[in-house]
Design a protein around this ligand. Structure first.
Ligand code: ACM
Length: 532
């Protein structure tokens, strides 16, 4: 053997002795630091778990999972030193956020520690994937994991304005999000085709706005309708139940009330909300509609303030989504009232009025202690062909500071522009993250290779990329089976993009880690799309 080859052989023996070459266990999303040690832990008959009372929620959830997924006798014990699995707070650790955790399994015990319940919860999600159960014996490899997410915001959006799915479907999605360490459920609850959230002060929003008499089929502009009524909404009681369910899984809910466009269902309930003031019906047709809110009417701002009061009472997360996408300015251009209002404010373009309106909402929300997020039209950038004539009219005002911009459309350079102006962004660029796009357009592989960091920003500015979103728009997914096929398995790719540092990502290993999810999804009847 040549000396060089011998050195390589010796080096690899040495490395394998250190277990650096050993296969890394299949965990999805891939942890950011994982060291596999020699050997494994076996549990044959019983297993004890200890946790402090502050971790009761997480501890009980783990015990219940172990009970369902193993045949061992599971016991909660007080004495940490005697327990097989220990959940505990660790104040002194290396993590930047409450989501970081460490999981150490060695010497026959497993210890999960973190600053906070969130991290412990994520450590448990990792542990579930490390546990192998065969013939009543469970094994866990000896490992040392120190892990925390790349991005703080790891979101999934569900649009139920277009097709109402209901509480149980949402809960199931929250379960799957939690297993994948996704932490923001962005809930698109209002649009032209339905208003799905009970607002007690304005009961017609749901008594009228949550039902339509027909639905457009197949694709945009098909003009083929099913002629069947569709409806549904969440009572405030339902919403509180879901908020609690999500919180138990360390998921924040960001409700979206879409204004000033996409408001046809609200106008059907209260025509004075719209610029035309005309009675309209909840739209059976999809696409961007012309109804735009009457931004000159003080009653509209009072309405939104009242709606936010009820929303804030239900949803504790400090950020509220106000939509802002695809506003057609035609009604504003045609309305004497709006034109007069614009003259008074020296606005020349629809975008200026939209920025003004959006900033009013920001004021209302911040007076109530909340922060605003909206789709990237709220910056005043014109993203659509139908805004071409508005673009010539210029833009003199600026979106309120502190607003989070959810980038979905337009030149990616607009992300850098927003970041340069000091905004935080969520990257939901449609060509990479829209779950309603078919697999020919966004394959699993393409979803996995989504790079959330826009070109041209520096390392310090990367911190302004708060996170990522993937979006399940609901126009043409009437059934849960259709919906699941679009969400799964791509949701897993987005989860890894959101959690795992770019240098630790590997598509081949991701596909291997996905296997256990596929098996479980199949068992649970979750329809999933192609693995290409
Ligand atoms: C959007 O897709 N209209 C945000």
């Amino acid at each position: 053997m040549k000396a060089k080859n011998l050195i390589v052989l010796l080096l690899s023996l040495f490395l394998s002795e250190l277990n650096l070459l050993a296969a890394v266990p299949a965990i999805l999303p891939r942890p950011n630091h994982i060291e596999l040690k020699k050997g494994m832990i076996r549990f044959e008959k019983e297993l004890s778990v200890s946790f402090p009372s502050e971790l009761t929620l997480e501890g009980r959830a783990l015990i219940s999972w172990l009970g369902r997924n193993t045949s061992l006798k599971i016991e909660k014990i007080k004495k940490e030193k005697k327990a097989d699995i220990v959940l505990k707070f660790e104040k002194q650790n290396q993590f930047q956020t409450e989501e970081g955790y460490s999981l150490v399994s060695e010497d026959g015990r497993i210890i999960i520690s973190s600053y906070a319940g969130k991290g412990i919860f994520y450590g448990i999600q990792t542990l579930k994937q490390l546990i192998h159960s065969v013939d009543g014996v469970i094994t866990v490899p000896n490992v040392c994991i120190n892990d925390e997410p790349r991005f703080a915001w790891r979101g999934l959006m569900l649009d139920e304005a277009r097709n109402f799915k209901g509480k149980e479907v949402v809960k199931k999605l929250l379960d799957e999000m939690a297993a994948l360490k996704l932490n923001v459920f962005h809930w698109h609850l209002t649009n032209d085709q339905g208003w799905r959230i009970e607002i007690k002060k304005y009961p017609r929003l749901t008594s009228v706005g949550s039902y339509r008499d027909s639905t457009e089929l197949h694709h945009f502009e098909s003009n083929v309708f099913d002629g069947k009524p569709h409806g549904g909404f969440y009572t405030q009681e339902d919403l509180r139940e879901i908020v609690k369910y999500a919180a138990e899984r360390h998921i924040n809910i960001v409700p979206e009330i879409t204004v000033p466009g996409h408001i046809t269902a609200a106008c059907a309930a209260y025509p004075w909300l719209g610029t035309s003031g005309k009675q309209v019906k909840v739209s059976p047709k999809f696409g961007a509609h012309y109804n735009a809110i009457n931004a000159a009417n003080p009653k509209v701002y009072q309405f939104l303030s009242d709606v936010f009061d009820e929303i804030i009472d239900i949803f504790p997360y400090p950020i509220i989504h106000i939509g802002g996408d695809e506003v057609r300015y035609n009604q504003w251009n045609e309305s004497n009232e709006i034109q007069q209002f614009m003259k008074e404010h020296q606005f020349k373009s629809g975008a200026e009025l939209q920025v003004y309106f959006t900033n009013k909402l920001s004021e209302i929300l911040s007076s109530k202690g909340r922060r605003m997020i909206g789709w990237n039209e709220i910056t005043g950038d014109r993203l659509h062909e139908f805004q071409a004539s508005d673009e010539k009219k210029g833009l003199t005002n600026k979106l309120a500071k502190g607003t989070v911009v959810q980038f979905w459309k337009g030149d990616p350079a607009l992300m850098k522009k927003a970041i340069d102006q000091g905004y935080e962004i969520i990257n939901s660029y449609h060509i990479f993250t829209y779950l309603d796009y078919d697999y020919n357009t966004i394959s699993l592989k393409k979803a996995y290779h989504f790079n959330p960091i826009p070109a041209g920003i520096d390392a310090e500015q990367e911190k302004q990329v708060k996170g990522i979103g993937c979006q399940m728009w609901g126009e043409f997914i009437p059934t849960v089976e259709d919906m699941n096929k679009m969400i799964y398995p791509r949701i897993a790719a987005y989860a890894e993009v959101g959690w795992t540092n770019a240098e630790n990502m590997n598509y081949k290993e991701f596909l291997e880690s996905l296997q256990s999810f596929l098996v479980r999804w199949k068992l649970e009847g979750i329809n999933y799309g192609p693995l290409k």
